[in-house]
Design a protein around this ligand. Structure first.
Ligand SMILES: [Zn+2]
Length: 276
C-alpha cells in the first residue's frame, strides 16, 4: 500500500503494474514498479536496464522494507547522506529500473500469520530452487523441507512471472536481494566457481570496491554456489546499490537464465541454515 501511494505521488517517474499467474488451483500476484526519470522513456532500449527483486523468501521481511526505501530515494522523498544528488541524477537519467518489492506475496502472508520462519511460497515450494538450471539437484546440505524445488522447473506461478519479466525486460543487471547473511554473491549459484572472462573479473572487482568502501570489508564475495556468511544492515545495502548504479555503465551480467540472481545482498532475520 505504501508503495502504491508512493507511485501515485510520482507519476512522472514511477509506474506500477500487477502481474498474476495461476496453475493447478494456485494463483500468485506480483507488483512491478518501473522507475525512469522521464516516464515516457521507460521503453527506450538505449537505456541501461536494472532489475531489482526483493522478498523471494517470505521470512526475509526487511528486504521489502529496503525496496520501499530505495523507491523513496529514487522519487526524491528521502535522501542519502553525503550523496551528490546532481551526480546521482545524471546517472539515473541513463537507467530504467524495475523493482519487484515482494516476489513471494503468498509466503509473506504465511509469515505475517505467524509462520515466522517460512521461506517457501504459498504451497511449500522454494522459489529460489524452482528455476531450470540444475533443478532438483541435491547439494550436500540439501534440506528437502526448506529447499523443495517443486514438481518441475518453473512449476510455480511466481517463478513463471519472474521468467516472463526477465525475458521481456532483458536486464543488463539483476540484483536479487535476500537477508540473513553478510555476503555479496555473483554467478554461478549452481556451482562452486565464478564464470571466466572479463565481465566476471569486472564484477568481482566491483564487489570488492563496494565491500571495501561501503561495507568495511564485512562481506564475503564469491559465487553463490560457494557458500558464504555474515550480516549487513539495510542502509549499507542502499549505498551499495547506489554504487552499483554508478558502475552501471558496464554491462557485465549474464541475466535471464539462472535459478537466481547475479548479485545477492543479504540481511538478517531468522536464524536458519539457508537464506539464498
Ligand atoms: Zn532468501
Amino acid at each position: 500500500e505504501e508503495i502504491e501511494s508512493l507511485v501515485h505521488r510520482h507519476p512522472d517517474k514511477l509506474s506500477m503494474e500487477k502481474i498474476s499467474s495461476k496453475n493447478r488451483g494456485y494463483g500468485a500476484e506480483m507488483t512491478v514498479v518501473t522507475y525512469c526519470q522521464n516516464r515516457k522513456e521507460s521503453d527506450d532500449r538505449s537505456k541501461f536496464r536494472i532489475l531489482l527483486s526483493f522478498g523471494q523468501h517470505g521470512r526475509e521481511l526487511i528486504t521489502t522494507e529496503l525496496a520501499l526505501r530505495l523507491l523513496s530515494i529514487l522519487s526524491e522523498e528521502e535522501f542519502l547522506p553525503n550523496m551528490d544528488r546532481a551526480a546521482l541524477n545524471k546517472t539515473l537519467n541513463k537507467l530504467v529500473i524495475k523493482v519487484v518489492p515482494m516476489e513471494n506475496w503468498n509466503g509473506r502472508k504465511l509469515v505475517e500469520a505467524g509462520e515466522l520462519c517460512e521461506r517457501r511460497n504459498g504451497r511449500g515450494v522454494d522459489l529460489n530452487r524452482n528455476w531450470s538450471v540444475d533443478w532438483g539437484k541435491k547439494e550436500k546440505d540439501y534440506d528437502p523441507y526448506e529447499e523443495n524445488p517443486g514438481t518441475a522447473p518453473f512449476s510455480e506461478p511466481e517463478t513463471q512471472i519472474m521468467r516472463k519479466l526477465s525475458v521481456s525486460f532483458e536486464p543488463h543487471v539483476w540484483v536479487n536481494v535476500h537477508s540473513g547473511m553478510e555476503a555479496l554473491f555473483m554467478p554461478y549459484d549452481h556451482k562452486n566457481i565464478t564464470p571466466v572472462g572479463l565481465p566476471s573479473k569486472m564484477m568481482t572487482s566491483m564487489l570488492e570496491v563496494m565491500n571495501h568502501f561501503h561495507l568495511k570489508d564485512h562481506c564475503i564475495i564469491g559465487s553463490g554456489g560457494g557458500s558464504v556468511g555474515l550480516v549487513l544492515n539495510h542502509i549499507k545495502i542502499l549505498s551499495t546499490l547506489i554504487l552499483l548504479f554508478i558502475w552501471g555503465e558496464f554491462s557485465f551480467v549474464e541475466t535471464k537464465k539462472k535459478r537466481i540472481s547475479n548479485l545477492t545482498f543479504l540481511n538478517s532475520f531468522c536464524s536458519v541454515s539457508t537464506d539464498y
